[in-house]
Design a protein around this ligand. Structure first.
Ligand code: SF4
Ligand code: SF4
Length: 470
């Protein structure tokens, strides 16, 4: 592959719409990643990714090692789950999940020996073909570590009709408070670039870009140092939320518009997070699947905010204890950042593959009233900041009135749930909650409609019931 010199853009790339909330990154930006011990019992939910959940592959009493598969499925859009400790399966039962509800989980009692599964061995990616790399990536259980948790091997397998010319590594980390990606770029820059090159090889892309917001000059410099002499560019982005959203990133870096309802591959691009790239390189170097991740544990009421390397399945409570606990009881606990994160009702939920941060906020920070009935004064601020060119106030109103056809016509599924509209709304309308509920209801009705259509088609062709089955 032709070598291309690393390049920092002369002018940081702008974002359409967006907001610039207080960053709060100073709490952890200077805290190097610290590895914490695994707890006595790790809790491994069978759903840690977008797509089909896994089925347990172990039962109570089974002995497992670090890296042993404990859950898997035949579905393409899914990723296996591995034990992060060695020990004995204590139970397989539902447990509260940080994405909500209860999920069937494998509980492994940690024997403290950290024996490694005999299947774990380094993989020489430079000698492997794209298909071999994709298979290995699936076996690693890798998912997008930026928070979306989309299975990585699926992203690396676009249909032939969509050739990929560019891989973008997202190092924007535009969510306030979070600094895990920043620390990864500083401390694991070599692995980040190696991970990018593995992805480029898997999809056959000649161009690789690491994109970093300009509020992280040290990370920009470190990435540029490591990229020098390799076929990788490092580009700077203007600091603005949600600069790291895939479609926003592609528009700002390449001037390409992902069509409504489309995916990055439709414009020849694959986007991955810098943390995912680092974890991929680590996997190929060691053979160890995804059994740990970097988590920013932060917030005004956390005694010693930190960036931690956490074994998957560690309860939030243990990660918070490793940071000295709280200075006062938190009023709100969030998985992720304040803009797109998910509120938690218990600290017993485990760290999963998509846990980029644990954020604890005080009473004062969370005190604001949400109106019982949305009130719109038609100021237009939500429209100005929407990075997806949507009209949030209409979307919320249509969702509130359950006008599904209008929601679809207004491209509700293009909403990336960034929260910019709600952030600027002077009447504190719960725009994102309403839009999310509208999207969920639309999806539910579509599934119902398709099922009924299929049943009607089956009846018409005599596939079910009566004499037609002969
Ligand atoms: S409508 Fe969706 S994409 Fe637009 S600002 Fe609101 S949350 Fe973000
Ligand atoms: S920001 Fe709030 S008040 Fe202003 S137009 Fe949007 S929904 Fe209405």
């Amino acid at each position: 592959m032709k070598s291309r010199a690393p390049r920092l853009s002369a002018r940081a790339r702008r974002i359409r719409g967006g907001v610039h909330p207080p960053e709060h990154k100073h709490l952890t930006a200077d805290r190097p990643i610290r590895r914490i011990d695994a707890p006595e019992v790790v809790i491994l939910p069978m759903r840690q990714h977008a797509g089909a959940p896994c089925t347990p592959r172990v039962k109570r009493g089974d002995v497992v090692a670090v890296g042993t598969v404990v859950g898997d499925t035949e579905a393409f859009v899914s990723a296996p789950i591995h034990s992060s400790v060695s020990g004995t399966v204590q139970n397989v039962a539902p447990h509260p999940h940080p994405a909500g509800g209860e999920v069937l989980s494998v509980f492994v009692e940690n024997d403290g020996e950290y024996r490694i599964d005999p299947e774990v061995h380094p993989l020489p990616w430079e000698d492997m073909g794209p298909e071999e790399i994709r298979k290995a990536v699936r076996a690693s259980g890798m998912v997008g570590l930026g928070g979306a948790a989309f299975p990585t091997h699926v992203k690396l397998a676009p249909p032939e009709k969509y050739p990929i010319d560019t891989v973008i590594l997202n190092g924007a980390e535009c969510e306030p408070f979070l600094t895990a990606d920043y620390r990864i770029m500083l401390e694991y820059a070599e692995e980040v670039v190696e991970g990018l090159r593995i992805i480029m090889k898997a999809v056959g892309a000649p161009r690789g870009i690491v994109a970093v917001e300009d509020n992280k000059p040290l990370a920009l410099r470190r990435m540029a140092e490591v990229a020098r002499g390799r076929d990788v560019e490092v580009l700077s982005l203007r600091t603005r939320y949600p600069q790291g959203a895939e479609k926003v990133l592609i528009a700002n870096l390449l001037g390409r518009e992902v069509p409504s309802g489309g995916l990055p591959m439709h414009v020849g691009v694959v986007v991955n997070n810098v943390g995912t790239a680092r974890a991929l390189a680590h996997y190929f170097r060691t053979g160890m699947p995804l059994v740990e991740r970097v988590v920013t544990v932060t917030g005004s009421v956390v005694r010693e905010p930190a960036n931690l390397m956490v074994p998957l399945g560690t309860p939030f409570r243990a990660a918070l204890d490793a940071c000295g606990g709280f200075t006062e009881p938190p009023a709100k606990l969030i998985m992720g950042g304040p803009m797109m994160g998910l509120a938690q009702y218990t600290m017993e939920v485990p760290v999963v593959k998509g846990t980029s941060g644990i954020l604890a906020l005080s009473q004062k920070e969370t005190e604001f009233e949400i109106p019982l009935e949305p009130v719109c004064i038609r100021c237009g601020r939500c429209v100005e900041v929407c990075p997806m060119n949507l009209v949030p106030t209409y979307l919320a109103a249509m969702a509130h009135k359950e006008k599904m056809e209008d929601l679809e016509r207004l491209n509700v599924n293009d909403c990336i749930e960034c929260g910019c509209c709600a952030y600027v709304c002077p009447t504190k309308n719960p725009l994102v909650q309403l839009i999310k509920a509208g999207k969920a209801e639309l999806a539910r009705r579509k599934v119902l409609f398709e099922r009924r259509a299929q049943e009607a088609a089956n009846r018409g062709s005599g596939k079910e019931g009566g004499d037609g089955g002969q």
